[in-house]
Ligand binder design. Sequence first.
Ligand code: PXP
Length: 241
Amino acid sequence: MTMTRLGVNIDHVATLRQARGGKEPEPVAAAILAESAGADGIVVHLREDRRHIQDRDLQLLRQVVTTHLNLEMAPTAEMVSKAIETGPDLVTLVPERREELTTEGGLEVLKHKEKLRKVLTALHKHPIRVSIFIDPDIRQIEAAQGIGARTIEIHTGRYANAATLNEVEEEREYILNAVMFAKNIGLHVSAGHGLNYRNVGPIANIREIEELNIGHSIISRSVLVGLSQAVREMKRLIDNA
Ligand code: PXP
């Protein structure tokens, strides 16, 4: 048994709601259910284009979440003020480009060192921990520590997308080396992106990873495992009408 924490990303509950622009499904309800099922934290990405999570979701989640609230956001002035105003337990800095479907790669810390240092300094003036989402790349990890990060999240996307067994093993090796390096220089280490019911095992068994953040696969599965009950309930209403 490992003691790795699970952060559940509920962005796609909001994606479904936004598809109709209505009120359901309610991300706050999803957060409560996830916590009561054992989630150790709730994760949301407030995107610049507000395509899923809205500002009101963030405010309500701050009031309701009793585990820890991890706000993923781009390192922009707008988001820094949002974070300071809301007070999540943790901010995870992620890159963001408007056209992308999801967060495609880690933050290039080396390239944006001074900008990121300022963002970290601003957030650290408040009781907010800050994590930086980076590829399993030793140089980026060193740079993250250099600008004052105490936690990093390793991007597992390349591992998740690896096509052959050799590639999977190779990508896991990169992750393992990155995790060990980060641990040895005193950083807290999380990991996530693209993890699902088939590929999570070999990452979850790296004990030095303290937390895994998983969204898409859990929300996708919940649609399927919940569908029979949802249909039965509707059928009963129609039959009893
Ligand atoms: N960690 C970070 C930093 C992310 O940006 C995301 C996606 O929002 C995740 C974890 C979760 O990825 P997935 O939805 O593929 O499980």
